[in-house]
Structures are given as structure tokens and as C-alpha cells.
Design a protein around this ligand. Sequence first.
Ligand SMILES: C[S@@+](CC[C@H](N)C(=O)[O-])C[C@H]1O[C@@H](n2cnc3c(N)ncnc32)[C@H](O)[C@@H]1O
Length: 761
Amino acid sequence: MDSLTPMSPARALSSEASIAASTFSHTASLSSTPPTTVADESDAMDVDASIEIGDSIVASTKPAEPAGPAEPADYAVSTELQEVTQEAPEQRSTIQLPSPAPLAPTTPPTSRSRRANLPAPVYNLAQLAGTAGHGKRRSKGDQVSNRKRGSTVNEVALVANEEVKDGSASTSGSAKSDIHQSARDKNTKFPNVLKTKETTPSMHIETRSSRQEKPETPTRKLQGGSKKRSREDAETSAAQAKMSRELRRLQDTDEFRKIEKPDTITTVWANGKYVENPDSAPSRNRARVAARAPEVTATEPEPEPAPKRRRVKTWYDRGFYAGQDTPNDPFSGLTAYEKRELAKLPELARTGQVNHTLPFPIYNGIRFLIHGRDFKLPFDICHPLPPGQPKPDEWRKITKNRFVGESAAYWKKSAHFGDYQSKCVCTEEDGCGESCQNRIMLYECDGTNCNVGPDLCQNRAFAKLQERTKAGGKYRVGVEVIKTDDRGYGIRANRCFEPNQIIMEYTGEIITEEECDRRMNEKYKDNKCYYLMSFDQNMIIDATTGSITRFVNHSCSPNCRMIKWIVSGQPRMALFAGDRPIMTGEELTYDYNFDPFSAKNVQKCLCGSPNCRGVLGPKPKEVKPPKPAKTTIAETVKKGVKAGKRKLRDAFDGADDAPAKKQRVIKAAKGAAKGAAAALKRGVSTISAGTKAVLGSKSSTVRKSKAIVRTYSKANIPAKRPTMIRTSPRKPVARKSGLTIIAAGTGDEDMDVDMDEADSH
Ligand SMILES: C[S@@+](CC[C@H](N)C(=O)[O-])C[C@H]1O[C@@H](n2cnc3c(N)ncnc32)[C@H](O)[C@@H]1O
């Protein structure tokens, strides 16, 4: 209590005046919501509440307030305040009033402030609710009377409330005097009530428990005691509130209180090492351990330490599900179709052997396999681009060749129409491998021309491609369009491909040369990219409307090849991987063998390969190695011709003196022989090429069955490597040039090229 400094009533009043002002203004602003302060609180609070509110009233009716008849209560209270202040001389003695004038107005004010008109903010909710007369209820519903002290206080409060609220002119001075006497008494008893009200400008009502004197703690000490409440104190309190949690935790420590203790030296340096300081008290931990440890007498024998058991590591030598019986009925719960499919699985066949391999996880694996399920292939096997890639506009896709205009009729009329026949003579062991005649001739095996059958035949690339892509999906298709930096769109692989594996078919509209010219001059005259490729029988595939393959760019070091095959008697063009595998993400390219038609159409090649030719142009003529088979046969033929000549010479030897007519015949015969030789030579050359194509350079036997020999005819050998065509729009008169482009190259060269390709398959 000594830390509490008596407060000057004037000061208290002025403080309270501000509190009351704020209270009033608050009340005014919340006029529709009566404050639930007094009657809501416990009995113990009623006393203080009444008192405080009484004080507030006092404070709010400072001498400046008018003493008009309309508000006699206010003024009366004010008068009583003077009495109160006069009746507390002991308090006044400690007060240094700078100016007592505001407390004792000499002239009543002429006008009343608006605030003064407001009723006192005191409500007894119990009274308002009409329950003030009710006693308290026990849990079982019995009414009990209020305790005496509480009821007394309530009565006082009620009287005060009623009088203040009514503002009746008949407010008896004695009643108020009682209240304030009571308040004064209370203030004397609990001087910190006023103090609290002074420094807490809010509606907070101090409870009894909070009013009790708290013990002097370092915190309170730090706060400077609750008595010295001033502006500085308030600021200090605010600072304290902001004090970090760590500091508050430390408040009870000696260090915080600045109580110094001598340092404890627990270890000392002796005999070259730190040892325990004999003078120091045992540490708290050690003391605790020592207290817990049972006293061991010297007589007791030390118990033998239990031998350490070595943990034996258990290794799994089977799968997690090893040892579990297979379900009695693996078909239970499956549909009829699933049961049928499951029954086909060899895993379920009873073998009579114990299976030591890791079993499927709880047999559901089989079901998953039957049903099929989504799964993600590893990054390097399948890696499609994320959605949202730029896509080419104006691309109409077709996946099968379509004859347009007269091309179909032209195709049927073609002399070679019935010539696409072949028959392989492979055995099951061969499986239509490298030596398959169909393969060498670039004919795909099918039910009509294969000697092996679909299960063992390996020469069915187009059929496999169709099977692969039929169900769709990014892995099966395996390619996607990309936007390159400098060459427009391109194609990349989003999976791996094996060497020589078929990747995709080049399809489009099959048009005649005339139609090609027309399109070039009219439809595509402003185009920069052309999708025209020489096809077959002087016809052209226009993939402007075509398959995705049309986006494959050119490279001078390509990783793919475009090859024409005969499939079921029809030529078809497809992109195949080159001699090395293609990895996921690689851009697919092939050598266009591009014919720009005129110098002004030459395009710069941007393939970036080290051996780039610099322009999109035709392949440079390859230096052909000598052809041993051809030479040998030619020599044979030459020998034959020489022998023929010799025979002729022999025949004519005896006729040196023959007439000139005969000599002319001989000369003619010589010329005929030469022509025949040339014809034979050509024939041999063709045969040799055909032979090589069919049997390869290793083979020396030529089967001369009728069908095969027919196949060997020049017409049946795939004529040319496909060539990308780029022609500038030109007048129809120049149409023949187009033909030149498509038919460019000699037959020999073409055959060599095809044979190269045949070698790679
Ligand atoms: C059949 S298209 C290929 C797809 C084309 N990039 C597109 O965006 O539609 C052929 C055209 O592609 C371009 N092109 C292809 N390969 C190229 C290369 N290596 N360098 C420059 N341009 C190339 C040329 O403009 C050529 O006329």
C-alpha cells in the first residue's frame, strides 16, 4: 500500500471528467445499445460499479455545468462533490492544486452543454428486465435471497440509478450524500479504485480480485509500482507490454534482478588435465543422480553383465507376397470376358513346378494386365511435349493416299499396273529377313506374296505401322509437330525408334503432272513451302492435304529416309529411321534430294549439319565404285561377242576373196553384232542390277522361275528415290520441265540408289 500515492481529488476529478466525457460520448454514440455494465457483473462488482459511476457522474457535472431546474440532480451532485472534497482534509493536505478554480465556480453557467442533457449511463439490467425482484435460483429452481452484502449494495445502486436516471427534482440530498459517503468510504478502503479509474480511460470495471494488493515482484518493481501512475508511467506500461517474451521469462532470474553470485568453478586444471573441483558444490544434475543411485555396499558382489545378444539380420529371399496361397478362385468377381482372357494366361496354367520368382502383387497384376491401365513411360522412352504448343493452321490431314482427278484412271491405264508382283521364297527360319526377295525389291509381304506367314514374317512394316497407330496415343504415334526457330514447323520423335524402323507414312493427294502444274500456277503460286513429292508412274503426291509427315524438314545429315514400298500392289511412301537408332526428342529429317527447278528458287539450307551442302538442292552425284558383277558379266558378254565375231571371221576366212557384196554383209553382220552386243549389254546391265537387287552382291544364283524373272524386269524395280519438288509457278508451256524433275536421273543411277536403300533393309 505504501507504493500507492494518495491522489488529489481535484486531479482525480479532472481525470475522471475526461473518463466520464469519453464514457458519455461513447454512450451517446451507442444510444441504441445500452451498456451492460453494472447489473451484469457479480455482486462484488456492484459496489465498485455504483461508486465509480457515481464518481463519473460527479466528474461529468463539473462546476461549469449549469444548475438549471431541468437537471437539479447533476447540480446537486456537484454540490455534494464540494462537500466530499471538504470532508477529506487529510487527502487535501497532500494535494498541490495548481488551480482550484474549476472546482468552485462562482457563477453558474448560462448555457448547458449538450452532454449534460444526456442521461447517466447507468442501467440496472435486472431492473430493466423486470427480474430485479427475483431471488437467485439454485439449480433445482429454489429461489434464494441475495446475500446481505450484495443486496445492500444493490439497493444502494438501485437508488442511485433511479435517482440519476429519473433526474427528478426531488432528489434528496441525503440519499446522495449516503451514496457518496459510501463512495468515500470505499475510496478510503480501496484507494486504488480511483487510481485505476484515472489511468484507464475505458468502461473497464475493476474486480475485487484485481483490486487486491499484489505482491512486489520484479515485474512490478520494474513497472515502478502501481501507485505512481502518471503519463510517464503509462508510457512505461506500454513499453512493458511490448517487452519481448524472452525478457519477461527472465524477469525472475538473478541476472535480471542484478543479484550477483560468485562464479562456481566446477573443474580445475590439475595433473595436465581438467578434473573436478573438490571445493565446488556438486552440480544439480550430479546431485540428483547421486541421490537416485542405490547405495552399493562393498560386500555385495557385482552382478555379471548379461551377454549381449547379437541381432540376426533377416533377409528377404522372396517377394513380399511370397508364401501366400493363390486365391482358390482367381476368376471370382470377374466378368465373363475377363474370365476368358484370364484363362488364356500361361501364368495360371498348372505347371506342377514351384515358382520361385517374385509373384505379382496379390494377383491383381493379372487383372491389371487384362484390363489395361494408364501408366507413364520413363522420360527417356516417351516424352511428349506439354499441351499448348503452336499448331499449324490450314492443314487438312488425310491418312490414306487419295487419287485426285484423272490420276486414278491414269494409274489403271498405266502399262505397269499389273507389274507389281512378287513372291518371296523364304523359309520359316529366314522369317523374311535380310534375304527376303520381297524385302530387297521393296515389296511388303502380305497374305498373297509371303511364303512364311504373318507370325514369322518380319517384312510387314506398313501393316505394323497401322497396328501401332490404330489405337492412337502419343507413344504409339511417336511423333509430334514442333515449331523450329528458322525452318517453320518440323517433326520430333517423342519416343525412341530402332534403326530402319518405320515411323510414319507420307500420304496425300496423288495427282498427275498436269494437275501439279495447274496447282503450282494457280493454287500455290504465293506459297513458300511446297509439299509435293515425286511418287510413281510420273505422278506426284501432294501432301498439302496430307499426313503429318509433310512437316519433316530436310537435313544434309538426316536421321531418316523416305522410301517408296509396294504394299498390296500399290506404291506407298513412308519415313523410316536411318541406320542408327533415333532417340526421344530428336528432330526427324531426311534428305529431300531437292530439285529447285531454277536457280532463283534455290533455298538456303539451315540444317546446320557439318556436311551441309548450303542449299536445298539435289544430292551431289556419288562416285560409284566399280561394279564387279556387272563387269564380269559384261566381259563375259564381250567375250561372247568376240567369240561370235571370231566365228564369223572364221566363217568368212575362207572367203577373203569373196565378192564385195558378201563383205558388205559381213560388215552389216559386224554392225548387227555390235548392236546386238549393245542390246545384250543393256540387257545384262539390267539383269545384273536386278540380280543384285534381288540377291545382293553375295549371291550368285539367279532363280529363273517365271514369276521371279518377271519381277526382275526393269519396270518392277522401284524406279526412283523420291524427290521433293520445288518449282516456281510457271506457264503451262514449261510443263515438260516438271516431268524432267520427276524423271531426273538415269535408270542405272536410280537402281543404284534403290539398291543402297535395299541394303539398309
Ligand atoms: C515439306 S516443307 C517442311 C515443313 C515446313 N518447315 C513447314 O513449316 O511446313 C519444306 C519446306 O520447309 C523448309 N525447310 C525444310 N528444311 C529446311 C532446311 N534444312 N533449311 C531451310 N528450310 C527448310 C523449306 O522452306 C521447305 O520449302
